[in-house]
Each structure stands twice: as structure tokens, then as C-alpha cells.
Design a protein around this ligand. Sequence first.
Ligand code: S3P
Length: 174
Amino acid sequence: MESAVRNIALIGFMGSGKSAVGKLLARKLGYDFVDTDAEIEKQEGCLIRQIWKDKSEEYFRRLEVEVLKKVTEDEKKVIACGGGVILNPENVRRLRQNCLVVYLEATHERLYERLKYSSNRPLLNAADAKLEIGRLLAARKTIYQEVSDFAVDTTQLNVKGVVENILTRIKQEE
Ligand code: S3P
């Protein structure tokens, strides 16, 4: 499918499917796929959880700003953004200026199901991961909504279903 959209940024909570959806969406559009977490891991030569442990969250967040700056300067990219990208106003400004921003939504319950065996997400190393997901989601939900051009509820959809949904919405936006 031909699209006039410069870049597409996928935002949303951990476990909302940004990477899986992004890969398929990029293939359908003939865009490049980039994942901000994977870029940071490549640059640092180690996993996110190691970066947080050996350096700090602040260090990781600085890398996130640099990586987002670099990838949004390009065009024809589908960008899967780390769940916390929207916490920084500089990132938000870049996303809004250079991308169509899509929020992948899911319920607390569904996110927990998808995340309960995840080991590379330092924010979920809490005594009660489900509670922590709920707390973070409540704090971020409005930001995800406000930053995005539109949202797709992924709770009941598989990856293909989410991608079809996004493609339909993109056509309407153009
Ligand atoms: C984070 C989400 C993670 C990763 C880091 C912090 C967050 O990315 O960037 O663990 O603050 O929500 P995913 O959303 O791809 O899991």
C-alpha cells in the first residue's frame, strides 16, 4: 500500500504489541521498521535490563531521546517506541512533528497476561508486577491518548487484525 505518511510511530504500554505490529505494518507499507529499545541495545551492546542495572534509568532515558531524534529525522519508517518515550516532552514534540502517532491500547488484564513472563523490563521487577502495571498504566493512559492521532484497542485482536485496523485508519487520515 502506498502511503503519504512520513513516519508512523507506535506508542503504548509495554506488552501492547508495538514491535510485532510494527514489523508487519512496515512490511505492508514498504517502510523500514525500527524499534527504539532494540536500537539502544545495539548501540550499547547489552540488554535493557543490564543498562538499567549497570548505568541507570536516567542514562537509558537519555539514550532514548538520542535514538528517537535520529529515527524521526528520517522518513518512511515505522517506529516502535519504548513505553516510556512519551514521558519526555522533547520526545513528544518530535513524535508530533514527524510522525503519525498510533496508540496501541489494551486492558490491564490483557497487558498482565502478555507481560507476566517478561524478564527484560526493569519496571516490572516489582514485588507485585500486576499492581505495578495498573499503577503505571493509570499514570500514563491519558498521555498516550493525548499524544496519539488515534488509538487501536488491541485487547481482542491479533497482530494481523491490529495492522489491518491501522491501515484502514491511515487511509481515512490521508
Ligand atoms: C519502558 C518500556 C520498555 C523499555 C524500558 C522502559 C517503559 O519498552 O523501553 O523497559 O518505561 O514503559 P517496551 O514498551 O517496548 O516494553
